[in-house]
Design a protein around this ligand. Structure first.
Ligand code: AHR
Length: 493
């Protein structure tokens, strides 16, 4: 029998709610159609935002949303997206399908979306093709409360009070689509941009997030932190899970895969643990004592697009395999909450590992959505040390632990224990020892299914969480975790 040991008297810190963040790029059917349909749409909306999507994201308790890219951010000139819609610039989205972008969703619409969602905004600024002045003006436009050229412009466009946007990214993937810069060159640019990124209120200090590394490019992190660390609050990291690990060839199908690809996908996603640990170490050493956070602002699965869809739109299905990927990554982030201050899964609706898919007026919640919803009480809770004593399973090329877990305790003393059973076909009897904590009652939910199981518009509730029976024996919580499942156990104080 496998064993989970939770040590309630040891913790690395508080799980920042923003670890459960999301990402919305102007890409494919994410913004247009997926979230924003316009006030005149037949699809029920409030100020142009889909009611069904906003309600679902609120229920999942979305804490923060990154926007407008991605690669799009380094082609985005924010002044194109303000003012009367009929006079906004029409541009070409050169990164994603070459489609026309009419800028009808801009700064005011994004802030209205965040208002409806009740979440923080995270703006990704344009370093690749923008200017320092543009970035500086954008912050002044959003955050200046008094009289200034940009705050007056904002007022003229209908918004009196400043929004006090907290999170500002200094470019995106500057090593690639964001300008193909070297780390040293970017570090200098980062210092220059940071100089003019001002605070407009002592009560609302901005958080400056430098563009970080791709996967295991530790040299990028080291160089940027060594040279610009004193002028930033955090640095990002991007790491996508590809079943094949082949960026040039086929990335694999979202729904059709064999046992080997299943375990290889999970193995590739488990690499996040090593990346977070190593980048955190590099940041600590290169930062010379300054606390600089790690923001994993793009992560998730990336497959070939669904057959027949626009290759530039990155639309993919989402099945139980993705639920396990989400569970593993969220467990990893919880367990590294001493250094990870935010993460943003890519991307929120209709793109890559989306939590929501839409088709016209239809909407479905993916298995990944259900994992975020089942994990939501980890937000703001105190991480607890958690160890899975479990066997290794898998195939020759990819050995993974059968169980993967994390735990936390909220302010009321309730403990949430989340466990994924990675085994493709075998259930797993487990007993969970909760050391140094008392509880009065236990309840659990489980999300389970064949690794290929997914929701469709015809069958949107094929994969949903259900109540799950656990027993308490000699003070330990006992259960049989179904094959390929994610389980959330709540212990009431
Ligand atoms: O999420 C899709 C793309 O992946 C983003 O635009 C870019 O930052 C990354 O390469």
């Amino acid at each position: 029998m496998a064993k989970i040991i939770v040590n309630a008297s040891r913790s690395v810190g508080t799980i920042n709610p923003n670890i459960y963040g999301h990402f919305a790029e102007h890409l494919g059917r994410l913004i247009y159609g997926g979230i924003f349909v316009g006030e005149n749409s037949d699809i029920p909306n409030v100020n142009g935002m889909r009611v069904d999507v906003v309600e679902a994201l609120r229920k999942m308790r979305i804490p923060v949303l990154r926007w407008p890219g991605g690669c799009f951010a380094d082609t985005y000139h924010w002044k194109d997206g303000i003012g009367p819609k009929e006079s906004r610039a029409t541009i070409v989205n050169t990164n994603w399908g070459g489609v026309t972008e009419d800028n009808s969703f801009g700064t005011h619409e994004f802030m209205e979306l965040c208002r409806q969602l009740g979440c923080e905004a995270y703006f990704s600024g344009n370093v690749g093709s923008g200017t320092v002045q543009e970035m500086s003006d954008w912050i002044e436009y959003c955050n200046m409360g008094g009289i200034s050229p940009m705050s007056q412009l904002r007022r003229a466009n209908g918004q009196d009070a400043p929004w006090n946007v907290k999170f500002w990214g200094i470019g995106n993937e500057a090593w690639g689509c964001g300008g193909n810069m070297t780390a040293a060159y970017y570090a200098d640019e980062c210092r220059r941009y940071s100089t003019y990124m001002r605070n407009y209120s002592p009560d609302h200090k901005i958080v400056k997030i430098a563009c970080g590394a791709n996967a295991l490019d530790y040299n990028w992190t080291k160089t940027v932190v060594e040279h610009a660390g004193h002028m930033i609050d955090a640095i990002s990291l991007h790491y996508y899970t590809l079943p094949t690990n082949d960026w040039q060839g086929s990335k694999g199908s979202s729904t059709e895969f064999d046992t080997k690809l299943y375990y290889e996908t999970l193995d590739h996603t488990l690499f996040m643990d090593e990346l977070v640990e190593n980048h955190s170490r590099v940041i600590r050493v290169a930062g010379k004592g300054k606390k600089i956070g790690l923001v994993v602002d793009e992560w998730g699965t990336w497959y070939d697009v669904e057959p027949g869809t626009n290759p530039g739109f990155l639309y993919q299905q989402n099945c139980m395999r993705d639920a396990l990927v989400a569970a593993i990554n969220l467990n990893i982030f919880n367990n590294h909450c001493d250094t990870v201050m935010m993460t943003n899964i890519a991307q929120v609706v209709n793109v890559l590992q989306a939590v929501i898919l839409t088709e016209g007026d239809q909407m479905l919640l993916t298995p990944t959505y259900h994992v975020f919803e089942m994990y939501k009480n980890h937000q703001g809770a105190q991480q607890l040390e958690c160890y899975a004593q479990t066997r290794m399973i898998g195939v020759e090329s990819a050995k993974v632990p059968q169980l993967h877990a994390s735990a936390s305790r909220d302010e009321q003393g309730n403990i949430l224990l989340t466990i994924a059973n990675l085994d493709e076909s075998e259930s797993c009897p487990v007993s969970c020892l909760i050391a140094d904590a008392a509880f009065t009652s236990v309840s659990a939910r489980v999300l389970a299914g064949d690794p290929h199981a997914h929701n469709t518009f015809d069958s949107p509730e094929n994969v949903v969480p259900v109540e799950f029976a656990v027993t308490v024996e000699n003070g330990e919580i006992c259960a049989v975790l179904p094959a390929c499942s994610v389980c959330a156990i709540t212990l009431k104080a």
